[in-house]
Write a protein that binds this ligand. Structure first.
Ligand code: RIB
Length: 285
């Protein structure tokens, strides 16, 4: 089982010709309202590929119709450890996507910022084969989750932030993009034993173990929207590790899954099934 501890957001996705500069107003050609949040997205990516997933997160009192949670249930995800924070609203993200698929994202954290582990969450974490964490929730909750976990602990260090050495000590594998990697490396907190998996956009990904790096090429695809591609990579990577694959093998699988996610608009709407990943793997190898 994979336990994901992370954020849930309602995403407003606006499509524009060019991302606006400071002080500029641009018109959007379409607006999409979809469920998101790095935690929820990564849980969905893993579940869609066939993993047994439990999610630990928080919504606000405004999620009274339970939409943010129901969309996880409809993917077969265990939501028994999700809490409702009565004094908060649920997380919201404003996503802008340009004509070349690049995006900017602003997150208003809401209930995610109040996420603490309950007893059920602690039990799930102690039983999990793989624990997958991100940085859209309090660092103290990330630290406690990593500490309780007895399986493989993966941290997607996103959004970019420095992570203290005493937290990283409990993390087996860190997944970062280039900006996040620079941030972690410059903070000097990455230990020698931490495996670093870096996503490199259209250039693929890399896995660094004991100082030696292994590069993985991405398949050639037509990019529509990169939103959620990193989340797809993380969910697919965790699913492959849960299945017992090695780190490089898991990164190869995740690179193909993440590439497919860039060919469609939205985060969860773009996530592939295992059959799709197998098909593209077969075409490209
Ligand atoms: O990684 C994409 C996600 O980042 C979006 O779904 C948005 O909610 C933010 O958390």
């Amino acid at each position: 089982m994979i336990v994901v501890v992370g954020s849930l957001n309602l995403d407003f996705v606006a499509t524009v010709e060019q991302l606006p500069n400071a002080g500029e107003t641009v018109l959007s050609s379409s607006l999409l309202r979809v469920d998101g949040g790095k935690g929820g997205n990564q849980a969905v990516a893993a579940a869609r590929l066939g993993a047994d997933v439990a999610f630990v997160g928080a919504v606000g009192a405004d999620d009274d119709d339970g939409d943010l949670v129901q969309s996880l249930v409809s993917e077969g995800i265990d939501v028994s450890a999700v809490s409702v924070i009565e004094s908060e609203v649920s997380g919201v993200a404003w996503v802008t996507v340009d004509s070349s698929g690049r995006n900017t994202i602003i997150v208003s954290q809401g209930a995610n910022r109040q996420l603490v582990l309950n007893d059920l969450a602690r039990d799930l974490l102690a039983q999990a084969n793989v624990v997958l964490l991100q940085l859209e929730i309090p660092l103290a909750t990330v630290a406690e989750s990593a500490d309780i976990a007895t399986g493989v602990v993966i941290l997607n260090a996103a959004p970019a932030a420095a992570v203290p050495a005493d937290v990283l000590e409990h993390i087996n594998i860190v997944i970062v993009n280039e900006e996040e990697r620079t941030m972690l490396e410059s903070s000097g907190t990455l230990g020698e034993n931490t495996v670093v998996v870096a996503t490199l956009g259209h250039r693929g990904s890399s896995v660094t173990i004991d100082g030696s790096a292994h590069h993985i090429d991405a398949p050639n695809v037509s990019v529509v929207d990169t939103t959620g591609a990193g989340d797809t990579f993380c969910g697919a990577f965790a699913q492959a590790i849960d299945r017992g694959r090695g780190t490089v093998d898991a990164a190869e699988w995740a690179t193909v899954a993440g590439s497919i996610a860039t060919t469609r608009l939205g985060a969860r709407t773009a996530m592939p099934s295992a059959d799709e990943v197998y098909r593209l793997l077969a075409e490209t190898s």
